[in-house]
Ligand binder design. Structure first.
Ligand SMILES: NC(=O)c1ccc[n+]([C@@H]2O[C@H](COP(=O)([O-])OP(=O)(O)OC[C@H]3O[C@@H](n4cnc5c(N)ncnc54)[C@H](O)[C@@H]3O)[C@@H](O)[C@H]2O)c1
Ligand SMILES: O=c1ccn([C@@H]2O[C@H](COP(=O)(O)OP(=O)(O)O[C@H]3O[C@H](CO)[C@@H](O)[C@H](O)[C@H]3O)[C@@H](O)[C@H]2O)c(=O)[nH]1
Length: 442
């Protein structure tokens, strides 16, 4: 008998899965969240969110207090408990290739399938190359016990880190990729509160659902690289990319969102998703259709090189032995995620050229220390700036926007700032005696 309110499992409790599990429990579902990382499961069960996401610790407390959210490392327990199983494991870029590594997602299907002893729905939420769901559906059918009636569907996720709760509870849209009416009914039951609240829902096939996700991220990446390409032109013509962007944004066919010039995109999604899309399209023999994404990626990488160039120029042409203060490590503010973080990539390149680099970030210090042990870290912006010849603002945290140039000027060795996120008021900094350089302005 199908329950009106299905019991949910969420497998993979990283940035996406932990948020999804917590929010679904707060919406009133009984949720069992699973991760193979025992430390993560123990932390979450004890009420600690193992990453930075505004508001999520309070939501976790609420979900745990309701008694509707539990955690385990055991897929067999998940199989016995759930009606709808959300797969939220990672799909990182394969080292040395542009392809997505699907081993975590496939591993979950293989591990879960033998424990699915009654009718249920396995729902992929991870971002995957088109065609993955159809392949996993076959795998599931082959591994699930006879009579289990376990089906596979795809429900791509569009949340942004730093806004994960609002994006989960008030998403712009839901996308259900289904192969049967039964799967659609399960998904409708699993998202009933959002559907009742009027969230638009596109019901489609598996392949379209997979593609919607990579198409959305490709569009966003393209928009960012478009404005950064304009920034390159502005740099060589004396035009001002900020004024250009403001003027473009007044046209609501273009819009101002994701039109912010600067150091470009990073993180655990946009970069690897456009590369996996290129790779998959080439496998399908349709590489030309998305070959523009190679240029999107290249423009994005050039912003990092340009930032290194600006810091080197400010240092007098040679970085060897120069102390540089890097403000920012996370790939964007309100996150501690350092996956493909532009700030750390620039910091690493400066270090490789011989600079003595000191980094500060309000939230990402632990992650940055782990991935970049070669860099020096300081507990505050002033400490990081002490004795620096150049200050580089690489992630636009509010704490950095609010820095007092006079106070900072007292601790540095040279008043020179490179604003790679266009977060500071250049006039104020110049008035305080600083040489101010920003990306996108000659
Ligand atoms: N981070 C985001 O904001 C976001 C938003 C939308 C979509 N996505 C997509 O969602 C997926 C997950 O992203 P993420 O950022 O949460 O990744 P993540 O690396 O933070 O989390 C993945 C989790 O899966 C766990 N895991 C791996 N193999 C497992 C297994 N066999 N059994 C149980 N748990 C296992 C890992 O321990 C980890 O906790 C990716 O495909 C990503 O592209 C992410
Ligand atoms: O105008 C802009 C907007 C963003 N960025 C950069 O772009 C990157 C990505 O930002 P954002 O999209 O806000 O962060 P994510 O949390 O990675 O979210 C993206 O990736 C997720 C995972 O696929 C999707 O779910 C989201 O819809 C999609 O926005 C960051 O490095 C930003 O600094 C810019 O450089 N300029």
């Amino acid at each position: 008998m199908r329950r009106l309110k299905p019991r949910l499992t969420v497998i993979g409790t990283g940035y996406l899965g932990a948020t999804h599990a917590i929010c679904m429990a707060v919406l009133g579902y009984d949720v069992l969240a699973v991760d193979c990382d025992r430390a993560k499961v123990d932390a979450l069960a004890a009420g600690t969110v193992p990453f930075h996401e505004p508001g999520l610790p309070e939501m976790l407390r609420k979900a745990l207090d309701s008694g509707r959210l539990r955690f385990t490392t055991d897929l067999a327990e998940a199989g016995a408990f759930g009606d709808v199983h959300f797969v939220c494991t990672g799909t990182p870029q394969v080292a040395g290739s542009m392809a997505a590594d699907l081993s975590q997602v496939e591993g979950v299907v293989r591990g879960l399938a033998p424990h699915l002893t009654r009718p249920c729905l396995v729902v992929g939420k991870s971002t995957v190359p088109v065609g993955t769901a159809a392949r996993l559906a076959e795998l599931l059918a082959g591994l699930a016990p006879v009579g289990a009636a376990a089906e596979l569907a795809w429900n791509p996720e569009f949340l942004r880190e730093g806004h994960a709760i609002e994006d989960t509870l008030q998403p712009s849209r839901l996308v259900f990729g289904v192969a049967s009416e039964t799967a659609r009914e399960w998904l409708e039951a699993a998202f009933r509160p959002l559907l009742t609240a009027g969230v638009p829902c596109v019901v489609t096939d598996l392949a379209t659902a997979e593609l919607v996700k990579v198409a959305a991220n490709s569009f966003l990446a393209t928009k960012i690289s478009f404005i950064n390409a304009m920034a390159e032109i502005c740099e060589s013509t004396g035009a001002d990319v900020h004024e250009l962007s403001t003027a473009l944004a007044y046209d609501d066919r273009i819009g101002g969102r994701f039109l912010k010039p600067g150091l470009g995109f990073g993180g655990g999604c946009l970069p690897k998703d456009i590369r996996a899309f290129i790779h998959r399209a080439e496998e399908l023999g349709t590489g030309e259709s998305v070959s523009f994404l190679r240029e999107v990626d290249a423009i994005n990488q050039r912003r990092r090189s340009r930032t290194v160039d600006l810091v080197r120029e400010q240092a007098g042409g040679d970085l060897a032995g120069v102390r540089v203060c890097v403000l920012g490590a996370a790939f964007k503010p309100h996150s501690d995620d350092v996956r493909d973080a532009p700030a750390l990539d620039v910091a690493r390149r400066l270090h490789e050229e011989g600079a003595s680099v000191v980094v500060h970030d309000p939230q990402a210090m632990d992650n940055a220390r782990r991935t970049h042990p070669e860099l020096e870290f300081a507990d505050g912006a002033l400490e990081a700036a002490a004795g620096a010849a150049v200050v580089a603002l690489l992630t636009e945290w509010d704490q950095f926007r609010g820095l007092d140039p006079v106070r900072l000027g007292e601790v540095v060795a040279g008043r020179s700032v490179v604003d790679a996120r266009n977060a500071l008021d250049g006039a104020t900094w110049r008035a305080a005696g600083w040489t101010y350089r920003a990306l996108g302005v000659a």
